[in-house]
Design a protein around this ligand. Structure first.
Ligand code: COA
Length: 374
């Protein structure tokens, strides 16, 4: 058996941002347009008017201040309200592969490695832009990696489930190393016309290089153990899929073809699920709160993370113990905990322990216990 280790991480951040102020202005213009267009029905009581969104609500309810997007064009146009992406030919890299490549190259550079050192690619994301061929195989081809690649989707938990899959393969010896990559184009599955969720998501790509501990060239994080759990819930759901065309009204502009959630229920049900999950993982490893130097949590909601941090540590965590990046990136689905890990882990000392933990739709939760070396 070999010890798997995280030897490099990479974050690709898109160049376009949308602030809460820009977002709310566009949404309110859209709501006004909608209410004017449907004035008769609204007056007759057969259709509900759309309320305005508010910057204050967004920041207070979520902690989010801005988000990055791959394509800004269209999102803020009240007559469009989605990103207008160009059609790519099948001969050029897909947009997910392009983002993934940038994150992967940073992770390889950080680890002092090249594509020749990688044995497998896992593209783990909450949405995959096509059914096949796997985006992971395209990334593998673009990087010139031998071995194999596959896609997987466990929504916001995809990164930790991907790390568990890679770590288990490295531990058993079936591979020597793997890139787990999370290209997330959340801007294309969020419903920008729904004020309950239009502020939630942003785009990014993250990559994590896992290798045998003995292959690390510099400081690294040994993967001590991983835990994954799922429990079925409809509270976060997206019905888009290949059966769409075959079903009555399937091709209509339907609300359920984008991200939907019952945010209040998610908050209430997922906080205890995640806190208990991490507590169980700690107990299995005979670790107490005093042994945990850092929590790199999924980045969906600041209030949620504050509650999870407090339950796990038994006290209010210091900001450096449970860092957040959602104020800048919003919820980037599976990539959130990895951005946090990539940006807030270099200062840990030899022997320090921490948990990477992602959670979300499914419900799903994954935790990775790491120990700093070097
Ligand atoms: N601007 C102004 N008001 C808004 C608004 C907006 N953009 N969106 C909703 N509101 C209103 C609601 O209509 C509601 O009004 P009411 O009290 O008159 O009914 C009020 O604000 C509270 O709405 P609610 O949805 O209950 O807010 P919340 O405090 O639960 O916060 C979330 C909403 C989504 C931020 C929060 O529930 C959350 O983050 N949940 C977890 C989400 C999550 O982790 N999802 C995983 C995704 S992968």
């Amino acid at each position: 058996m070999y010890t798997p280790a995280i030897t490099g991480t990479g974050v690709f951040t898109p160049s376009e941002t949308i602030t809460n102020a820009e977002l709310v202005k566009a949404f309110n213009a859209y709501a006004d347009l909608y209410n004017t267009e449907h004035a008769d029905e609204i007056a007759a009581g057969t259709r509900a008017a759309k309320d305005h969104s508010s910057e204050e609500f967004i920041f207070k309810a979520s902690g989010i201040e801005q988000r990055y997007v791959m394509v800004k064009d269209g999102i803020l146009d009240p007559t469009v309200m989605y990103p207008k992406m160009r059609q790519r030919s099948d001969e050029e890299p897909s947009i997910m592969a392009e983002m993934a490549l940038k994150a992967a190259n940073i992770a390889l550079e950080n680890a002092g490695k090249t594509a020749a050192d990688v044995g497998a690619v896992i593209c783990a994301a909450s949405n995959l832009e096509r059914a096949y061929p796997a985006v992971a195989i395209e990334i593998q081809d673009l990087l010139g990696i031998e071995g194999f690649a596959f896609d997987m989707n466990v929504a916001c938990s995809s990164a930790t489930f991907g790390i568990q899959a890679a770590a288990d393969m490295i531990r058993s010896g079936s591979i020597r190393s793997a890139l787990v990559i999370n290209p997330e184009i959340c801007s294309a599955h969020i419903e920008w016309r729904d004020r309950d969720c239009h502020f939630i998501f942003g785009d990014v790509a993250t990559a994590t290089l896992l290798e045998r501990e003995e292959d690390a060239k510099g400081a690294y994080f040994a993967v001590k153990s991983t835990r994954c759990a799922t429990s079925y819930s409809n509270n976060i759901r997206n019905n888009n899929g290949f059966l769409r065309r075959s079903r009555p009204d399937g091709m209509k502009d339907r609300r359920d073809m984008q991200f939907m959630q019952n945010g209040r229920k998610v908050f209430k049900e997922v906080v205890p699920m995640v806190s208990d999950h991490i507590a169980g993982h700690m107990a299995d490893e005979n670790l107490g709160a005093q042994d945990i130097k850092r929590l790199w949590l999924h980045q969906a909601n600041k209030g949620m993370n504050d509650m999870i941090g407090k339950k796990v540590l038994g006290r209010t965590p210091e900001p450096h113990e449970q860092p957040n990046i959602l104020q800048d990136y919003a919820n980037t689905s599976s990539a959130g905990s990895i951005i946090t890990f990539a940006k807030h882990s270099a200062d840990l000392k030899d022997g320090d322990h921490g948990f990477i933990c992602s959670f979300g739709a499914g419900y799903s939760v994954g935790s990775v216990l790491v120990e700093k070396h070097g």
